[in-house]
Ligand binder design. Structure first.
Ligand SMILES: [Zn+2]
Ligand SMILES: [Zn+2]
Length: 340
């Protein structure tokens, strides 16, 4: 199990986050936002492998690259394309789909499941390529249960609405399920002979009540799990962009609690600390606030993205310094080659 990630797009330009959750058996891909030219750095096969496209919001710099994504995936067979976003996503996506002339679509495969994340519920609509993506086929809303919006056996997706001026911006977190490993020391301590039975103990689908043969003895899987299995938390990564939350507010405390223990926090860092007035006027964060947020949440590392193009390389490095003053384990995306 591992989470691979990469920031797409350059410093001062549109950015996106590509995440691959490698479960050992499969590689599942998610894309967070889709700004202009962000897909240039991915091979077409990687774009076609994206199972979930997660929009924070629909300001132009987060959606301008969508046509390239759509072109590679509009008639994707078998695996539907999942789209996530804030309230209004179904309507916006309907307009995007309708922005083309369709006349060779009737026999084409392709299914898009578009979900909009509200505070209380999640709305869903299906769009089919064979119907030229119209009408949106609404499915019943489902109530939200905590922050988790999508769950698989190996990982889950969480979402939280953050304030971005008069609109919400969705923050996301991908969290691997806890890892269960056999403790080799415990194996020796109990003097069990290793064998095929170890796989049954490690396999989640085997029930605790089942019996396995261990060195000629018949033992319960549940009992062996209690003796031998150590559980450690899985890795996690969060995508936060286009928001302003003030320290000391209820919103800040809630965000800190939600992010607590996150592995990698990828966060917008639009303005220098000295430009706080500008940041407040445009509902964005400053470098010092981002560093404070990472420090209070106790994440493992902080990656800055969405830096304003009003600055140059020297000032972007200055912003790194401003965040690092609060949270030392802060980096700029390595692909940017800014010498930091
Ligand atoms: Zn933006
Ligand atoms: Zn925005």
């Amino acid at each position: 199990m591992a989470i691979e990630w990469r920031i797409l797009g350059r410093a001062g330009a549109d950015n996106a986050l590509h995440v691959v959750v490698d479960t050992g058996q499969a590689r599942e891909s998610l894309l967070f936002d889709c700004g202009e030219r962000c897909l240039d750095e991915l091979r077409p096969a990687a774009v076609q492998a994206v199972a979930h496209l997660c929009f924070s919001h629909f300001h132009m710099d987060h959606v301008a690259g969508f046509d390239g994504f759509f072109r590679l995936n509009y008639n994707r067979p078998e695996v539907p394309v999942g789209v996530w976003g804030p309230p209004g996503t179904i309507e916006v996506m309907g307009h995007r789909f309708a922005g083309f002339v369709w006349n060779l679509h009737r026999d084409q495969s392709g299914e898009w499941i578009v979900r909009e994340i509200g505070r209380e519920e999640i709305g869903t609509a299906r769009f089919l390529t064979s119907e030229a993506f119209a009408p949106a086929r609404r499915l019943p809303d489902r109530p939200r249960e905590g922050s988790v919006v999508h769950r698989t056996r190996d990982w889950h997706l969480e979402a939280r609405l953050l304030p971005h001026g008069s609109i919400p911006s969705v923050a996301y977190r991908v969290v691997e399920s806890p890892r269960r490993n056999i403790d080799p020391l415990a194996l020796r301590r109990y003097d069990y002979l290793p064998g095929a039975w170890l796989q049954e103990v490690a396999d989640d689908t085997t029930s605790d009540a089942e019996l396995v043969e261990v060195g000629g003895r018949s033992l319960r899987v549940g009992e062996l799990r209690r003796e031998l299995v150590v559980t450690s938390p899985g890795d996690s990564i969060a995508w936060l962009t286009d928001f302003l939350v003030e320290p000391g507010s209820e919103e800040w405390d809630g965000l800190v609690a939600w992010l607590a223990g996150t592995g990698t926090l990828v966060c917008e860092c639009q303005y220098r600390s000295a430009d706080a007035a500008l940041a407040a006027a445009n509902a964005h964060m400053t470098a010092d606030l981002v560093g404070r947020l990472a420090a209070e949440a106790g994440v493992d590392r902080l990656v800055l993205q969405h830096l304003s193009r009003r600055y140059g390389a020297e000032e972007w490095l200055g912003m790194l310094g401003e965040a690092t003053a609060f949270f030392p384990k802060t980096i700029l995306p390595p692909e940017w080659n800014l010498g930091a």
